[in-house]
Design a protein around this ligand. Sequence first.
Ligand SMILES: [Zn+2]
Length: 463
Amino acid sequence: MKRYRTLILALMLMFFISIGMIYLQINKVERFEVFIDNTYMGTISQPDVIEDWLNSKEQSLSSQYPEAVMKVDVGEISYKPKKMSGNNVDDRLVISELEKRAVSVASGVEVTIDGKNIAIVRDNEIAQKILDEIKSKYQPNGSEENMVQTLSAKENGDMTGKQQMESLEFVQEVTLKEKLTTPRQITSMEEILSILQTGGVEKVNYTVQAGDCVSCISKKLNVSLDLIYKNNAWIENDFISVGDELDLTELKPMLSVKSVEKRTDTLVIPRGIKYENDPSMRLGQSRVLQEGKDGAKQVTYLITKINGEIIEETPDNEILLEASADKIIIQGTKIIPGIGTGNFAWPIVSPTLTSEFGKRWGKLHAGTDAVSSNRAILASDHGKVVYASTKSGYGQCIIIDHQNGYRTLYAHLSDIQVKDGQKVEKGEKIGVMGSTGNSTGVHLHFEIQKDGIQQNPLKFLNR
Ligand SMILES: [Zn+2]
């Protein structure tokens, strides 16, 4: 009987031990061992304790440095889960240890131009925005200033012009690289834009003094005239007064934008003039055979600009839209002996007028009187001599019929050198000036008659 009791007692003991062990097992909780850079820091209730602390830390830093993307660096954190019983955790201890190790860093993007570090900006997005902003100033169709006509288009009478961007790039090499830095090293967008566009130079002002002029200031201060006019667009006709403030700041942009634009102009091709001889038409006559017409061509230029200023303009392509047609003028070359051209020449060389055509003492002076040191009398146009003899009042006189309705008369000659019926050419010598007939001195009396009526010769002759 005693043996049974012992067995029961032993079984009961085993039962209670098992229950206790199960109870202990059930009461164990999962905790997390924290390691920083593989060094054990303590055991915490859950990773959120650290993650929440990091987040709130970064948030408060970001509101402190809005220009930067802030990060808290404590080293590399790793967690290892562990079953434990009891409430023994080191949450506070671990956080205060992290607090001690925490370093605030800004993650930024470094802008480098031709290998030179210029600034660190908040992030890639801002960096790209800055670069785009600088480039956008040189987009065509933007400001009117950029719509400058090509030089050749101006010369050739531009009809229409279209401009489009072929390429837009920086002259310098720009690189962007992520970099950890301190928040104070982050440059704002406005600041870096100004540095890149001006080169960070100080503003230079000049106050106009007595005796100054625009070019004097340019010489005195060794500043280009272009710069003065560009910076001070208000100057008109070089008028400046004492006390005027001139902006003489010479910007040294760190980034230059090279743009290549394609410009297409439609240009007029002016018609040419071609003369053709017609031996069947009399000399001195002409007619238009063909009016012709102007043509048109489309010319494309590549215009290279740096910071908006044209540095090169090269023709790229030319398309003929409409060929031009020459104006053709037919000129007569036929000389018919004895028939006038209709154009009269002075019958003496270097004439001096002594009396003009018109009424004198109530009587018509039907011709022009002239003298010359050269006494040769020349035929005024081609024609046929119809009178070569003495005529009452006219003295020795020649009349030439030009066989086109006109006749010319030469009077008071001292010598007649042609015969009645002789054909003469324009400019041919026909006699010598004299004072025969009703004359008071050596001179030529010259008449032009049309259909028998005397005309004022000066209407036909060059004075
Ligand atoms: Zn006269």
